[in-house]
Ligand binder design. Structure first.
Ligand SMILES: [Fe+2]
Ligand SMILES: [Fe+2]
Length: 256
């Protein structure tokens, strides 16, 4: 599972790493958060296709879902693209998907967005619980991207879903956390995957313009930075017969 892909540098990192890791690290299935793939703001239909073509199996999104209006058509048609489940019921697209993984193993990916320091949305806990309790067609392997600002909200979601899903990973802050672990009932967990993009930046944006805006309090135009690019995320070893995780390992690949 790969942290937020930011702009062209992030897409370049995906292009250089994902296919190679399938061979080198025996990676069978890749989930990537792409809510910042289009110059930092959302993802377009064309870029979503590009990322899927680069070897990503399922794309998740977040609070930047609607930044690019043309994503609506892709959300309606592409089963490998999910937006947060707990958006309003009227929103196009899906909050979870089940796709065929390696050897025909059904893999479900669920995306939710937090409520702390973010726009009001439905309760992510109840929304995910409703899917797990009521929906037919869930895979044995269930991967959750909890896109949220507050570490506490992500920690609580991890423990709330422990034993019910294979993994709960956090996204959105673009800063990887060092708390990857197996929870007591077999769910792999990390509070934030980090970022796939330029690290010489303020969470992916040009440092000088973010600094000026922060100090002056005036709005600024934040271009995507381009130096010190890395892909960050986790490798999760899954027992597909039980749906439990065996191991979670934090990874970072710096792109030359
Ligand atoms: Fe976000
Ligand atoms: Fe993000």
């Amino acid at each position: 599972m790969i942290g937020d892909i930011v702009g062209a540098p992030g897409r370049r990192a995906v292009a250089q790493v994902v296919t190679r890791w399938r061979a080198e690290k025996a990676v069978d299935f890749v989930v990537a958060n792409a809510e910042n793939a289009a110059a930092g703001r959302g993802v377009t239909a064309a870029l979503a296709k590009e990322i899927l073509d680069l070897g990503v199996d399922v794309i998740t999104l977040g609070d930047h879902t609607w930044d690019q209006r043309d994503i609506v058509s892709a959300l309606e048609k592409e089963p490998r693209l999910v937006r947060p489940l707990n958006f309003a019921a009227e929103c196009p697209g899906r909050g979870w998907t089940t796709v065929a993984g390696p050897q025909g193993v059904a893999i479900t990916v669920i995306n939710a967005v937090g409520r702390v320091f973010l726009k009001p949305v439905d309760c992510p806990f109840r929304a995910i619980r409703r899917v797990l309790d009521k929906e037919p067609g869930l895979g044995k392997v269930i991967l959750v991207d909890m896109h949220a600002e507050a570490t506490s909200e992500k920690v609580v979601m991890g423990r709330y879903l422990d034993g019910f899903v294979t993994a709960v990973v956090g996204t959105h802050t673009h800063i990887p956390t060092a708390d990857e672990r197996l929870l007591p009932k077999g769910t792999a967990y990390i509070t934030d995957l980090g970022m796939t993009g330029p690290r010489d930046s303020a969470i992916g944006r040009d440092l000088a313009s973010v600094t000026a805006a922060m100090i002056s309090g005036m709005p600024g135009k934040f271009e995507v930075a381009d130096q010190d690019v890395a892909l960050e995320g986790v490798l999760i070893d899954v027992d597909e017969s039980t749906g439990k995780a065996r191991k979670i390992k934090r990874v970072r690949e710096v792109i030359p």
